[in-house]
Design a protein around this ligand. Structure first.
Ligand code: ADP
Length: 627
């Protein structure tokens, strides 16, 4: 075969133009693509050799070599894989077989211009060489073919390519990039090694580069006749669990997380079934600074068959597990799948579900451990990440029960570590609901007047003081059939907490208080949705509660702080008819109006609210004090 010139398929021309012009911002990916092709070629040889061992010829060790020539300005990616025949070179490197080319081009022209991950998606990785090269020469021979059936493919990446027959003793492929003048930075051992380390460390084949030594006379680095493996050549996660030490797991965590502290826990599994993948996932011990940013991408790296695809593949983890770090290596996904495609992929959905279960399982085994130290570790985790995990209640319907079991709170019994299960086990005879109160701080929660009757009766109340708790309550209504009830809501059924004598007494008090109550209602008609007598108070004269279905005062204040407008709802004033102050009001007609407003204002202050008219409040109190 003499030298022949062929025109590229029309699509290839377009692709070439786009690739070289659009992906320029991330040029180093050419090496990843070509090393990955080389590694694939070796995989194909290994596969074909299963039936025909002779294909290995005299080179049974599969490998990739990366070499460069600073004078000639070339980089060569050499493999001893399957190689290509002349027909294969023409069809694989001159046409695009895959469908979806048009779609690919539309994307490159569109918003994701810069997303270099798109390039491999439609099987055009080879052309990325033209980002840095103005000519690519491929010399190749198919495994098993005689040495005179080698082929040289060459192109400047514009309209056409040349093919010619060559003699090539070794099987496999050399891809020789003739670099553009301005790409000389890649003609450097350190640079190439670092790119290989970044993208191809975990390719399971060895990637070799020539050793260098300093030649003092010439005063430059010269290459030695020795080769060294520059990638790790064995992915930790692809090894068998039993061969990996705890120290190796810890070291790997440090490498991928840049966290100096050891992880809290990790899980490593190979999953087979509809979707095949390996997961190695870590829970860090400490929350990073930007934990609260829900837009922060996750910490899971995606590999496909040991080839690094992308960092922070957020589609692999639900948002509420964004603190998880690690690696997922899929056997099913196409190499270099884009982020966008990840969001839509069913394989990815299966991976996300499987990984979520694993992480929850890992947390459960700490939380429910028989070992007190493990449980203490879980509490430490909860302190760091609990508020993030709570987001899961609204986000992950399928796992809400498992999540709720993992939650820990402060309560009127203990300042931390109270689970719903603990609470339920301490519920009083006849108690049906799980009582909760939300507040800005533990101190404020503990001081809430709404708690008084519960304290008196020894009934536990969960104290919810995280900012996400209000939101959580809007998604979590019950635990194992027990309704969650806010003690700051008007609807909470207090009658059940009283014995018969107390009930009778309460009824009598309410009856005799009725005329005063009507006056109070009239005095506060503009401020309170309703005024009523309550049994929930012991030491305080009054408190505010929210009508069932209305937004709590605490949530409304949080929204306001966040710059949002909360719907304007009026609270209900509940008064303790047996309190000295309230009793006195009944017979104090001249000051009744002032006292009524002070009662309301103080109830508002007590729950951490802000007075609408502080000056009026101060004037009233001053008037009273000076009378
Ligand atoms: P993809 O690898 O996604 O199929 P590429 O554009 O990178 O797309 O490569 C096109 C085809 O060229 C490959 O599918 C393969 O058949 C062939 N090829 C590329 N590099 C090599 C190589 N080093 N050895 C053998 N075949 C190769």
């Amino acid at each position: 075969m003499t030298k022949q010139t062929h025109a590229f398929q029309a699509e290839v021309k377009q692709i070439l133009h786009l690739v070289t012009h659009s992906l320029y911002s991330n040029k180093e990916i050419f090496l990843r693509e070509l090393v990955s092709n080389a590694s694939d070629a070796c995989d194909k040889l290994r596969f074909e050799a299963l039936d025909n061992n002779a294909l290995f010829e005299d080179q049974p060790n599969l490998e990739v070599r990366v070499l460069f020539d600073a004078e000639a300005k070339t980089i060569t990616i050499r493999d001893n894989g399957i190689g290509m025949s002349a027909e294969e070179a023409a069809s694989h490197l001159g046409t695009i077989a895959k469908s979806g080319t048009r779609e690919f081009m539309a994307k490159l022209e569109g918003d994701q211009k810069k997303d270099a991950n798109l390039i491999g998606q439609f099987g055009v990785g080879f052309y990325s060489g033209f980002i840095v090269a103005d000519r690519i020469t491929v010399e190749t021979r198919r495994a098993g073919a005689p040495s005179d059936q080698g082929v040289r493919w060459s192109s400047e990446g514009t309209g056409e390519y040349e093919l010619e027959a060559i003699t090539r003793a070794t099987r496999g492929t050399d891809v020789i990039l003739h670099l553009r003048d301005e790409e000389a930075e890649f003609l450097n051992t350190w640079k190439l090694k670092s790119i290989i380390g970044k993208y191809s460390d975990h390719i399971s084949l060895p990637i070799l580069m020539q050793k260098e030594e300093w030649d003092a006379e010439a005063s430059k680095q010269v290459k030695k006749d020795e080769w060294e493996t520059v990638n790790k050549a064995a992915a930790l996660w692809a090894r068998s669990k039993s061969d990996i030490t705890d120290a190796e797991y810890q070291e790997f965590y440090k490498q991928i997380s840049y966290d100096s502290e050891a992880p809290l826990a990790y899980t490593h599994n190979r999953v087979e079934g509809r979707s095949e993948y390996t997961q190695l996932l870590y829970v860090p011990a400490k929350a990073p600074m930007d934990m609260w940013n829900r837009d922060k991408r996750g910490g899971v790296k995606l590999y496909v068959k040991r080839v690094f695809i992308m960092d922070d593949a957020e589609a692999l983890m639900p948002v509420y597990l964004r603190f998880v770090k690690g690696v997922i290596d899929s056997a099913d996904l196409p190499l270099n799948v884009s982020r966008e495609l990840l969001q839509e992929s069913r394989d990815v959905k299966a991976i996300r579900e499987g990984s979520t279960k694993r992480v929850l399982g890992m947390l459960e085994s700490l939380a429910d451990s028989d070992d007190a130290q493990e449980r203490a570790r879980y509490l430490k985790f909860w302190g760091e990440f609990g508020a993030v995990l709570k987001e899961g209640i609204g986000e992950d319907f399928a796992n809400r029960e498992r999540l709720a079991k993992l939650f820990r709170f402060a309560s009127t019994h203990a300042d931390e570590g109270v689970s719903f299960a603990d609470y339920v086990s301490r519920m009083k005879e006849g108690q049906e609901a799980i009582y909760v109160i939300t507040a800005d701080s533990l101190a404020a929660a503990k001081a809430s007047p709404q708690l008084e009757i519960f304290k008196k009766k020894g009934i536990e109340v969960l104290l919810l003081v995280d900012r996400v708790d209000e939101w959580m309550l809007s998604h979590l209504y019950e635990f194992e059939g027990k309704e969650l009830q806010s003690v700051a809501k008007g609807g909470v059924d207090l009658d059940k907490l009283l014995d018969d004598d107390e009930k009778k007494q309460a009824e009598a008090v309410a009856e005799s208080f009725k005329p005063t109550l009507d006056k109070l209602k009239a005095a506060l008609a503009d401020r309170a949705k309703d005024v009523r007598v309550t049994t929930r108070l012991v030491d305080s004269p009054a408190c505010l509660v929210t009508d069932e279905g209305d937004m709590s005062g605490h949530l409304a204040r949080m929204l306001k702080q966040a710059g949002q407008t909360a719907p304007k709802t009026q609270p209900i004033l509940e008064v303790n008819a047996e309190h000295a102050l309230v009793k006195r009001m009944a017979g104090d007609d001249s000051r009744f109006d002032d006292l009524a407003h002070i009662l309301f204002d103080q109830a508002l202050l007590a729950e951490g609210g802000q007075l609408e008219d502080p000056a009026a409040y101060v004037a009233r109190v001053t008037k009273l004090l000076s009378a």
